[in-house]
Write a protein that binds this ligand. Structure first.
Ligand code: ZN
Length: 254
């Protein structure tokens, strides 16, 4: 059994799910390169909770947690099945609480509907515990890592830089501080220094890049699930809207 990769992906605007854009091309390409894993353990910034939750029901109702977008976006239907046996095993391993009130939100369906458009790969949804420390996010990833050996892929979805209050819809690049922050994280990851991202509050401009941590924490969970020294590749490496980074990483052989 080939070890499945770990992906951290930026998702950005829900509009990245449809039409022509760089993010979408990146997701399609990476999905084709990797092929279909047995199932996906998905951590979403949009399921931000107090305490760590996991969906254990057999289905994944689609949650359209975005408002005021064009109707084409609401015409995307993506409802992959879950794997209840796997979900319960993961629940035990990471010490999460079962919760079946959420489903597959746009942080995950915008990505997976492009990576695996047939919705034929089961998805187990895991929340981001916003009350837990950065170290705890990393530790959760470490616990998830064992599932990779069985062919289960880990996909965590957020944004390294994500400051909605500073979004400038006319910008197709990042503010200088956003570029700098994103590059600091990238350089650390590529040198196997995962502690710099975990200790992000020591990086300059972190308050602007990460005004709240729910979109950043999925990166730390991905790093925990990755092994220092294994192959790492970056994709969708760009900033947009000033204060949004789309930079995404894949760890492992693909
Ligand atoms: Zn988001």
């Amino acid at each position: 059994m080939k070890k499945a990769p770990v992906i951290f992906t930026g998702h950005g605007s829900p509009m990245n799910a449809i039409g022509e854009n760089q993010a979408r091309t990146g997701w399609k390409t990476i999905g084709e390169k990797i092929g279909k894993p047995k199932a996906i353990l998905a951590v979403s910034a949009h399921w931000a909770t107090k305490g760590l939750l996991i969906r254990t029901a057999p289905d994944n109702p689609q949650i359209n947690d975005m408002y005021g977008f064009p109707k084409e976006l609401y015409e995307v239907h993506y409802t992959p099945a879950s794997d209840t046996v796997l979900a319960h095993r993961v629940q035990e391993s990471i010490g999460a609480t079962e919760d079946n009130t959420w489903g597959i939100d746009h942080g995950v369906w915008s990505v997976l509907s492009n990576m695996y458009p047939d919705a034929d790969v089961p998805v187990v949804m895991i929340s981001v515990d916003t009350t837990a420390s950065p170290e705890a996010q990393y530790e959760t990833g470490k616990k998830l890592a064992a599932f990779r050996n069985e062919g289960y892929m880990i996909v965590t979805s957020g944004n390294v830089v994500h400051h909605l209050g500073m979004v400038d819809w006319s910008m197709n690049k990042g503010y200088e501080w956003a570029d700098r922050f994103d590059e600091t994280i990238r350089d650390a990851i590529f040198t196997g220094d995962f502690q710099t991202p975990v200790n992000y509050s020591a990086i300059s401009d972190f308050e602007k890049a990460i005004p709240s941590a729910e979109h950043y924490y999925p990166l730390l969970t991905a790093l925990g699930a990755a092994e220092i020294g294994e192959p790492v590749a970056v994709f969708n490496e760009y900033r947009e809207l000033g204060s949004m980074s789309m930079t995404s990483y894949v760890f492992g052989e693909i």
